[in-house]
Design a protein around this ligand. Structure first.
Ligand SMILES: *[C@@H]1O[C@H](CO)[C@@H](O)[C@H](O)[C@H]1NC(C)=O
Ligand SMILES: *[C@@H]1O[C@H](CO)[C@@H](O)[C@H](O)[C@H]1NC(C)=O
Ligand SMILES: *[C@@H]1O[C@H](CO)[C@@H](O)[C@H](O)[C@H]1NC(C)=O
Ligand SMILES: CC(=O)N[C@H]1CO[C@H](CO)[C@@H](O)[C@@H]1O
Length: 348
């Protein structure tokens, strides 16, 4: 008798756990598989209440300050395979860290239909339990940062480079608030970056705003945001992106002179050698879409930037092409690669 009651109670708890969990995360984001639900089932033990996370907002998920962030500031939902590859490769390299994709085009997740709808777009990556998709809401992201006042004054319809400008701002606000690493969606991760606080050098004297890492509320990130707002020029390409980073870097360390691959200390931030992410510099971006006699290992790099904004010819990874990018997909985002192979086969 006692035993039966016990089983009944456990089942009831299980059901409650599932309901509460689903309700908790439905409001503000969506897991692209049901990892959270299964984790809760595991945590139910005799006479113990299940641990029910009451707050699955980004701030709860990201409270350790170790998220890996990607951004989509257009309304696009169906992402090209390069973006899926970027997410997958990051989820593989950082299995213990949340990989978060903020998407402007994602509707608020309120009903179960919304949730199903959102997940449908990421079915390829549903086996990764550390990838999370959140709707990007500019007012929320900019709140309590220097960007809010700037954003309230601006008329997006008059902005020449609005998609890029808002992406330049969002990445700083996100890293200020949550801490972690920001990456452009055309980065393929290969191995963990051994630094938490870093800026990435590019060839010669450039500094990237396409990848950087800081703990939450780092004062240099605040300074970058203030510098962005004070020097804002919407009509000048790049002025509100890399140029902001270069300005602050110059203020503290001038143009870092590398003597080896080791990082240079710049205002207590590790300034990483261009080889770490940009072994192929942008004038040579087509090399990613070419066949190499010997496929390089890029063993001195943590990740690769594929310079997608240069790719106005819309080159893409072609199955069976034996190009460098095909080898990269096979090695660093095999699930995405297999999905493309299946899709190609189906079309034939
Ligand atoms: C890089 O250095 C060159 C030559 O010293 C200079 O002309 C250029 O303005 C510098 N670029 C940046 C982004 O600092
Ligand atoms: C770097 O850290 C040292 C020691 O904590 C501190 O005195 C110095 O002000 C820091 N430099 C910058 C630019 O933040
Ligand atoms: C393959 O096709 C499915 C269904 O159209 C799509 O959801 C998925 O994203 C595609 N895979 C890739 C890697 O593009
Ligand atoms: C659980 C949680 O964080 N809920 C938040 C979801 O987002 C709305 C606004 O969109 C907030 O009001 C909730 O607090």
């Amino acid at each position: 008798m006692f035993k039966r009651k016990h089983i009944l109670a456990t089942v009831l708890l299980l059901v409650l756990a599932i309901i509460f969990t689903r309700r908790a995360f439905k409001q503000n984001g969506t897991y692209i598989d049901n990892f959270l639900i299964s984790a809760d089932i595991l945590s139910i033990r005799d006479n113990e209440y299940p641990h029910i996370p009451h707050d699955m907002s980004p701030s709860a998920l990201l409270q350790q300050g170790n998220g890996i962030f990607f951004l989509e500031t257009t309304d696009r939902i169906d992402e090209p395979s390069l973006v899926l590859c970027g997410l997958e490769s990051a989820a593989r390299v950082y299995p213990d860290r949340p990989v978060v994709f903020f998407m402007k085009g994602l509707k608020d997740i309120i009903t179960e239909d919304d949730e199903r709808e959102a997940r449908k777009h990421f079915s390829t990556l549903s086996s990764f339990n550390n990838i999370y998709i959140f709707p990007l809401r500019l007012e929320t992201i900019f709140a309590d940062t220097p960007f809010l006042a700037w954003y309230e004054k601006i008329d997006p319809t008059q902005e020449k480079h609005w998609t890029h400008v808002k992406a330049d701002a969002c990445r700083l606000a996100i890293i200020w608030k949550y801490g972690g690493i920001y990456m452009d969606t055309d980065f393929i991760s290969m191995r963990p970056i051994p630094e938490d606080t870093f800026l990435a050098g590019q060839h010669l004297n450039g500094t990237s705003n396409g990848i950087f890492g800081f703990p939450p509320q780092h004062k240099l990130v605040w300074e970058l945001m203030e510098s962005f707002v004070q020097n804002y020029k919407g009509e000048v390409w790049g002025h509100n992106g890399p140029v902001v980073f270069i300005r602050i870097r110059n203020k503290y360390c001038g143009v870092p002179q590398f003597k080896s691959l080791d990082p240079i200390d710049c205002a207590n931030v590790s300034y990483l050698h261009p080889e770490r992410f940009y072994p192929i510099f942008y004038p040579s971006w087509r090399k990613y879409y070419e066949v190499w006699e010997k496929v390089p290992t890029f063993s001195d790099s943590y990740g690769l930037h594929l310079w997608n904004y240069m790719n106005t010819e819309r080159k893409f990874m072609l199955v069976g092409s034996n190009t460098l990018v095909e080898h990269l997909y096979q090695k660093y985002c095999p699930v995405t690669y297999e999905s493309i192979v299946r899709n190609v086969t189906r079309q034939k």
